[in-house]
Design a protein around this ligand. Structure first.
Ligand SMILES: [Zn+2]
Length: 311
């Protein structure tokens, strides 16, 4: 398995170099050693409930009734946040509101190359003191996360696998209505480098189509499971309209952020999280883990921006 992934990294490195030469976008990342921005697949693949076909389902919160969000269909994220009150951040253990992100750049710093292949980056080239929150798979569906996202106007991007999230896309639709985006993460969460082109294309494109059908919005981003991919992945993703494949530079764990290198956030870092229940996070809920992440973001002088504005 490890050999497969390493060979995937080598072949993908050549493909990315080609993309970067043309796109001049993710080149800063591509120039770094692979360990700095490629995800370490071992942890994610070992984590329970991470969306593998044989993974355990996440917490279903059967005994908890979602608290109704203020407003219904058509209610904007701003309306909902305003209804949450100016002190709503205190409810989530923050000592000040999450700062509004700066005005997004006029054009996205990460763009597909002229070759048409998606750009790949674990970090967006920007000087803005922003980081990007991405949440994967979709096993756990904690209703409190909806309230938190509304209260804090927290932007994030969801990368859903059908095997994990497909049973209840309605939950993710509530998060999407708050202004967050939904993208694909394959049908059944395989290591794509173990599949030929046709198999990869089926995994990627069918899930992009299911997301489009379920949410009414065509996804433009795609994240490969475990962050592993090869040249066939790039071609397959391009064939179904993927413009970029975000990886990550920091991984949100129950014990705090784990960085691919160094010990601090950098401008433009993409942060990986998963929809996981307390049994997979040392007894901590999604909102516990996200709140700890936000306190760390504030402590380091950053705020959270919308990935789709940059990538
Ligand atoms: Zn995943």
């Amino acid at each position: 398995m490890r050999r497969t992934r390493r060979s995937g990294r080598r072949s993908s490195a050549a493909a990315i170099a080609a993309v970067c030469l043309l796109a001049l976008t993710a080149c800063a990342d591509a120039a770094r050693p692979p360990e700095e921005w490629f995800p370490q697949s071992a942890e994610e693949s070992a984590a329970p409930g991470d969306g593998r076909a044989d993974g355990k389902p996440g917490t279903r919160h059967a005994g908890r009734t979602p608290r109704a969000l203020p407003g219904g269909d058509g209610t904007t994220r701003k309306d909902v946040a305003r209804a949450g009150g100016p002190e709503a951040y205190r409810r989530w253990g923050l000592d000040r509101p999450l700062a509004a992100p700066p005005t997004p750049p006029a054009s996205r710093p990460v763009r597909p190359g002229e070759s048409g292949l998606p750009a790949v980056a674990g970090r967006v080239p920007t000087r803005d003191k922003v980081v990007f929150l991405t949440i994967d798979d979709g096993w756990d569906k904690d209703p409190e996360l909806i309230r938190m996202a509304a209260d804090l106007r927290l932007p994030f991007s969801m990368f859903l696998s059908d095997s994990a999230a497909g049973g209840d896309y309605g939950y993710f639709e509530e998060l999407r209505r708050l202004g967050n985006s939904v993208h694909g993460h394959t049908l059944t969460h395989p290591d794509l480098t173990s599949l030929p082109y046709a198999g990869q294309r089926r995994q990627i494109c069918r899930q992009q189509e299911r997301v489009a059908a379920a949410f009414g919005v065509r996804p433009t981003l795609f994240r490969p499971p475990y962050g592993t991919y090869d040249e066939a992945t790039l071609r397959a993703a391009a064939s179904c309209g993927v413009r970029a494949m975000p990886l990550w530079r920091a991984d949100m764990k129950a014990g705090g952020l784990e960085y691919r290198s160094g010990d601090r956030l950098r401008p433009g870092d993409i942060v990986l999280a998963h929809f996981r229940g307390p049994e997979q996070q040392g007894g901590r809920t999604m909102t516990d883990v996200v709140a700890e992440f936000l306190r760390e973001v504030q402590r380091q002088g950053f705020t959270v921006a919308r990935l789709e504005d940059y990538m």
